[in-house]
Design a protein around this ligand. Sequence first.
Ligand SMILES: Nc1ncnc2c1ncn2[C@@H]1O[C@H](COP(=O)(O)OP(=O)(O)OP(=O)(O)O)[C@@H](O)[C@H]1O
Ligand SMILES: [Mg+2]
Length: 247
Amino acid sequence: MLELKHISYAVTEGGAEQTILNDVSVTIPDGQLVVFTGPNGGGKTTLAKVIMGLVTPTSGQVVYNGRDITALSITERARLGVSYGFQQPPRFKGITVRDLLTVASGDERLTKDKCCAYLTQVGLCANDYLDREVDASLSGGEVKRIEIATLLARGSKLMIFDEPEAGIDLWSFTRLTETFEELHRARSATMVIISHQERIIRLADEIVVLGGGEVRYRGSADEVFPLIMQDTLGSCPVLTRKEAANR
Ligand SMILES: Nc1ncnc2c1ncn2[C@@H]1O[C@H](COP(=O)(O)OP(=O)(O)OP(=O)(O)O)[C@@H](O)[C@H]1O
Ligand SMILES: [Mg+2]
């Protein structure tokens, strides 16, 4: 179980303190698929980085399986089975897709067939990609899918995907949502997916809407969708005025 307890994060910019996360508490039982969604700049990526240890909260605790991991490094958390796929994944010049998958799986003799299976899950063909370097020659969507494949190869207990849909074409996206669905059905991992996509939101056991660094709503897709739609209109003063005038 993952427990985020009263997480706050503030940065000081130009002498002024800016609150990015404000007292966020969320509990995620094992095997659940939870989607974090909400407006741009709402704090989703920052919260994901707090879970992975890339950002240290100003206050609050991250508790994983009963253990306070707030002070643990990224590597220590990875050893405990936590993995994170970046919103914009890094590229690795000189390292091939096969190298990345091999390191991620921890199996020095990872077979071509297994590599192929991971890549297929994200809609890529192994023959075209296995020996390619993960450098600037790959497109944004390709790098994104390769990174997701490395998370699958790692087989972590807690996987965090930051906007897995970003830059991915419709066909590969469909394959990817099926992969998430299969993983979820097997309950082999706890998944935190940051997403704006209705198809992914619909897979979730619970949706957490983050806005302005706070939890705005939590609930099932059916409970949360109408609230998101209301908020979309409410957040734009021009639209709100038009709405009111049309009544
Ligand atoms: N180190 C930092 N210094 C200053 N501001 C920061 C820092 N990190 C995050 N922010 C700000 O905090 C807010 C939340 O950022 P975050 O990346 O978590 O948003 P998000 O919900 O992931 O947004 P998006 O949907 O666009 O990916 C943004 O306004 C961002 O500019
Ligand atoms: Mg983000």
